[in-house]
Write a protein that binds this ligand. Structure first.
Ligand SMILES: Cc1cc2nc3c(=O)[nH]c(=O)nc-3n(C[C@H](O)[C@H](O)[C@H](O)COP(=O)(O)OP(=O)(O)OC[C@H]3O[C@@H](n4cnc5c(N)ncnc54)[C@H](O)[C@@H]3O)c2cc1C
Length: 380
């Protein structure tokens, strides 16, 4: 380690919402932070490329734990992000008559258990009931990922006295050195090495979690990964409406925050390629030297990303609407979605924070839901 090595209280790896929120939270407590992000800007991956659903629990009839956790943080997240949340639309959940893992009675009982609004609706001018066993009016909003990204990016800039932000940077190697972590950083092209001593490390790299855990010689978490697509479309007739069809290989169409667009996703067609290994391995990586299982590139900028499935998603969701509904495809966002393998069956998305090393501490945040950012406050 060189003599002029910088020392910080926390090294946070990953500049999505969870890494950024952790950095601001700890800076607010007076700690000195180094926040390292591999891309040239913050918020380039899952924190932007998602369905923007401010989960109220409805989505998880098979995972009470995830449903309760979503509902736990909903109020605080809503209060603290009010300008970035789209409130003014009616949100419906429908149960498909065919192939659903739930039915109308079970879904109502589940909502009653969570004490969340679930009002049966017997007819709707835009919705076709042929495929629907039941339709429920609920209370669920969407957040605007781009407005949230702008807000937090500004806050990181304002906290520059305490947060040393290093973009286009990743870890070359790491080891324990007494009561600190000794970390060698380099730019994402593998050049410009720099050294750092950190009192604690927080790994908030989501799809990159296991690659970073490995660099510190720590335990991996059992993950699977999917190259995922969110299609964005213009649907003026659906301006005041969002619909999610449950529970299984169905889909959702919802306002994408305050953008004026709708997001379209489908359990069957959003996910293009799957990797069941702890590090994400995809065949397209063979065509891009700079996208490796241990250091992923940005799918949005990738020339060999999968072709859009938006037509299949359209065809699937069209079945739930009256024929006069019109929509126009705009474009698609791609990223890698990672999941805990343990949730393969129940489709749960808990946020887990593991303390993988005690002295010096090392935490790995694996985030399931945007509104669970506050979980970090319980741990560090
Ligand atoms: C398709 C999809 C739909 C979703 N829908 C919803 C939804 O509707 N509602 C909801 O609440 N949640 C949803 N989620 C989940 C939610 O988006 C994630 O839980 C959350 O964004 C994860 O945030 P993060 O900061 O941990 O990860 P990210 O935003 O992915 O940030 C991780 C950062 O780490 C960086 N990084 C990775 N490796 C390294 C490295 N070695 N060195 C330096 N930097 C590195 C990456 O470049 C990235 O910027 C969805 C996720 C996906 C993918």
């Amino acid at each position: 380690m060189r003599k002029n090595t910088e020392t910080v209280d926390y090294l946070i790896v990953g500049g999505g919402l969870f890494g950024v929120y952790a950095a601001l939270y700890l800076a607010g407590k007076g700690y000195r932070i180094c926040l390292v992000e591999k891309e040239k800007a913050l918020f380039r991956k899952a924190s932007i490329v998602n369905q923007a659903r401010l989960h109220g629990g409805y989505h998880y009839p098979r995972s009470i734990a995830t449903a309760v956790m979503s509902d736990d943080h909903k109020e605080r997240f809503t209060a603290e992000h009010r300008p970035f949340i789209h409130f003014s639309f009616e949100k419906y959940y429908a149960i498909d008559r065919f192939g659903s893992f739930t039915n109308a009675a079970q879904f109502e009982r589940f909502c009653e258990y969570l004490s969340i609004r679930c009002e049966p609706v017997l007819q709707h001018p835009l919705i076709d009931f042929q495929r629907i066993e039941a339709l429920f009016r609920t209370t669920e909003y969407t957040f605007d990922p781009y407005l949230i990204a702008d807000h937090y990016t500004r806050r990181v800039q304002e906290a520059s006295a305490q947060i040393d932000l290093r973009l286009f940077t990743c870890i070359r190697q790491a080891e324990q050195s007494g009561d600190k972590w000794a970390v060698e950083l380099q730019d994402a092209a593998g050049e410009n090495p720099a050294t750092l001593l950190a009192g604690a490390v927080i790994n908030a790299t989501y799809a990159g979690s296991n690659a970073v855990n490995r660099q510190f010689g720590l335990r991996e978490i059992d993950l699977m990964h999917e190259i995922s697509e969110i299609a964005l479309l213009s649907a003026p007739t659906l301006q005041g409406l969002g619909l999610t069809v449950m529970d299984g290989p169905f889909g959702s169409i919802m306002p994408f925050g305050k953008s004026g667009l709708h997001s379209l996703s489908s359990v069957a067609y959003t996910h293009h390629k799957v990797s069941y290994e702890n590090l994400p391995h995809f065949d397209c990586q063979r065509q891009r030297a700079d996208c490796r299982p241990d250091l992923l590139a940005d799918c949005n900028e990738c020339a060999v990303k999968p072709r859009s499935n938006y037509r299949k998603m359209f065809a699937q969701m069209k079945q739930y609407f009256r024929p006069e509904i019109g929509w126009q495809y705009f474009h698609s966002l791609f990223t890698i979605k990672s999941k805990l393998r343990a949730n393969y069956i129940d489709d749960g998305r808990p946020t887990e924070i593991n303390r993988l090393h005690d002295d010096p501490p090392f935490y790995c945040i694996f985030a399931g839901k945007i509104n669970s950012i506050y979980e970090i406050e319980k741990v560090v």
